[in-house]
Write a protein that binds this ligand. Structure first.
Ligand SMILES: [Zn+2]
Ligand SMILES: [Zn+2]
Length: 204
C-alpha cells in the first residue's frame, strides 16, 4: 500500500519498506515535473519537505511498532535522522558509514535531470540513463567521461552501438573519450567504426 493510501488509517503494526537512498527510495529523489511548480505550492524551506510529511504519515499509522526496512548500503537519510534524533529507535544490523548522498546524484549533461543507473540487456551494459521524458531527452551513456556524448546506433554495421571508450590521454593529460562500436574486435574482423567528440557534435 502506498503511504498516500494509508492516510487516516491505523494498524496494529506497520512495516515501511523501500527506505533507501535512491531515486525511487524514500525520500524519493525524482525532481518534480517542472510544470508542477506552477500549480503546486511547494515548501523549499526544508529538504524533501513533501516526502518528509509523507514519512511522518507512514510512521504514525501504527498502534504499536513501526519496522523500517532499510539497506545496509545507502539507507534513507530519514532513517539516519531517526537514529540520531531519537534514542528509543533500535537498530538491528549495521548501516554503512554516511556518504555524501546529495553529491552522489549524477545529473544529465544535456538537460540536467537526474541520471539513473540501470543494466540494459539489449546493450549488455550498465548504463546511465536520463530520467527525463524520453521524447524530451534520451541521453544515456556507459561512461560519464564521455561528457554529453550519448550512445547511438552504429552507422557502419548492422547491430552495433557506438559507446563511450577512453583513448590515451592527450599531451597535457586531457581526457580523450570517443565513441567506438560494440562490435569492435582487435583482429580487425569486427566493426572498427570510431567517432571523435568533434564528429559526434557535428552530427547531433
Ligand atoms: Zn537528459
Ligand atoms: Zn559498428
Amino acid at each position: 500500500m502506498t503511504v498516500h493510501r494509508a492516510k487516516g488509517l491505523g494498524y496494529d503494526n506497520v512495516i515501511i519498506i523501500n527506505a533507501m537512498d535512491s531515486v525511487y527510495g524514500f525520500p524519493s529523489k525524482i525532481e518534480d515535473d517542472p510544470v508542477l511548480k506552477y500549480v503546486v505550492k511547494t515548501d523549499h524551506s526544508i529538504e524533501y519537505a513533501e516526502e518528509r510529511r509523507l514519512f511522518y504519515v507512514a510512521l504514525t499509522r501504527t498502534k504499536n511498532r513501526v519496522y523500517i526496512v532499510t539497506p545496509q548500503q545507502r539507507p534513507s537519510e530519514f532513517v539516519r535522522e531517526l537514529l540520531t534524533d531519537y534514542p528509543n529507535v533500535v537498530l538491528r544490523g549495521q548501516l554503512d558509514k554516511q556518504q555524501n548522498t546529495i553529491t552522489n546524484i549524477k545529473h544529465c549533461p544535456v538537460c540536467g535531470y537526474p541520471l539513473q543507473q540501470r543494466y540494459k540487456k539489449a546493450y549488455g551494459l550498465k548504463l546511465w540513463i536520463c530520467s527525463n521524458e524520453p521524447e524530451i531527452c534520451d541521453f544515456m551513456t556507459n561512461d560519464l567521461r564521455g561528457y554529453d556524448m550519448s550512445i547511438i546506433k552504429c552507422d557502419q554495421c548492422r547491430d552495433g552501438y557506438l559507446i563511450v571508450k577512453e583513448g590515451k590521454p592527450g599531451k597535457n593529460g586531457e581526457k580523450n573519450s570517443f565513441l567506438g562500436c560494440t562490435n569492435y574486435t582487435d583482429d580487425n574482423k569486427g566493426c572498427n567504426r570510431m567517432m571523435s567528440y568533434k564528429e559526434y557534435k557535428k552530427i547531433i
